[in-house]
Design a protein around this ligand. Structure first.
Ligand SMILES: Nc1ncnc2c1ncn2[C@@H]1O[C@H](COP(=O)(O)OP(=O)(O)O)[C@@H](O)[C@H]1O
Ligand SMILES: [Mg+2]
Length: 244
């Protein structure tokens, strides 16, 4: 099975209004890996995901998608961006029914076998029976499950998750976590998951990176980060002693 590096960020610096957020940060994720990014609020986790997704240009540094440098903004890399998906906390449904919402990225990409792909994607998040309903009639948990189906139906090689289960109830969290686990294994995807929920990182990620003070302080197998971290700041954060 291919477990090469799918995406790499190298020497990333990014600041806003003269205030530095990311400083010379490097990170990579491989096929078949679910990398959790943990760290205090405001440390730059969302900023990093937006840079990886090609939405935000770093001040310095480069992002490589399948070994090729990723273009930003004017030089926007549509081809690469069509092979990744970013799922954030708040879904943005189209004013259509559930089926059309999930079919939309397939139509955009001119993909074949739309019916089969949409029904498979809906089935994986237990939403097949809602296919004809307007997206606006779904509960917040169902809406996020629909957003997951829409983000994965076209089989992106890279999936970026930004606090994707924040504010959801345990049932919806578990349906979504199972769907992520299935997608990781079935498609050998490369997944980067930003979460402030340490239990979630421990439950489903294979590796974890602790982002603090603009850089990745420590990155290792998830089990190692949570049980035997090398850096005292990582230890303070995973044990809940870091005040922020
Ligand atoms: N577009 C922006 N303009 C100005 N400041 C921003 C912008 N985006 C993020 N920031 C600032 O950058 C810092 C990191 O934000 P963010 O990446 O959202 O953190 P996290 O996701 O770790 O909570 C915060 O101080 C935030 O206010
Ligand atoms: Mg964030």
């Amino acid at each position: 099975m291919n477990n090469e590096v799918a995406m790499r960020a190298k020497g990333i610096c990014k600041g806003f209004d003269g205030k530095s957020v990311l400083e010379d940060l490097s990170v990579s994720v491989s096929h078949g890996e679910l990398l959790a990014i943990i760290g205090p609020s405001g440390v730059g986790k969302t900023t990093l995901l937006r840079i990886l997704n090609g939405l935000l240009e770093p001040d310095k540094g480069k992002v490589y998608f399948m070994k090729e440098p990723l273009g930003f903004e004017h030089d926007c890399d549509l081809e690469a961006r069509r092979r990744m998906a970013l799922l954030s906390q708040k879904p943005y449904p189209l004013m259509k029914n559930v089926w059309d919402n999930v079919a939309y990225p397939l139509r955009l990409r001119d993909q074949k076998e739309i019916d089969k792909k949409v029904s498979d994607a809906l089935e994986h998040v237990s939403l097949l029976e809602t296919a004809d309903r307007k997206a606006s009639t779904l509960s917040s948990g169902e809406l996020q499950r629909m957003a997951f189906a829409r983000a994965t139906v076209f089989e992106p090689e890279i999936l970026l998750l930004d606090e994707f289960t924040a504010h959801l109830d345990p049932y919806n969290i578990s349906v979504l976590e199972d769907a992520v686990d299935w997608y990781l294994k079935e498609k050998n995807a490369a997944i980067v998951m930003v979460t402030h929920n340490l239990f979630q990182a421990e439950r489903i990620s294979s590796s974890t990176a602790f982002l603090f003070d603009g850089e990745i302080i420590e990155r290792d197998r998830t089990e190692k980060i949570f049980n035997e971290p090398e850096d005292e700041r990582t230890e303070a954060f995973v044990s809940g002693e870091m005040v922020f």
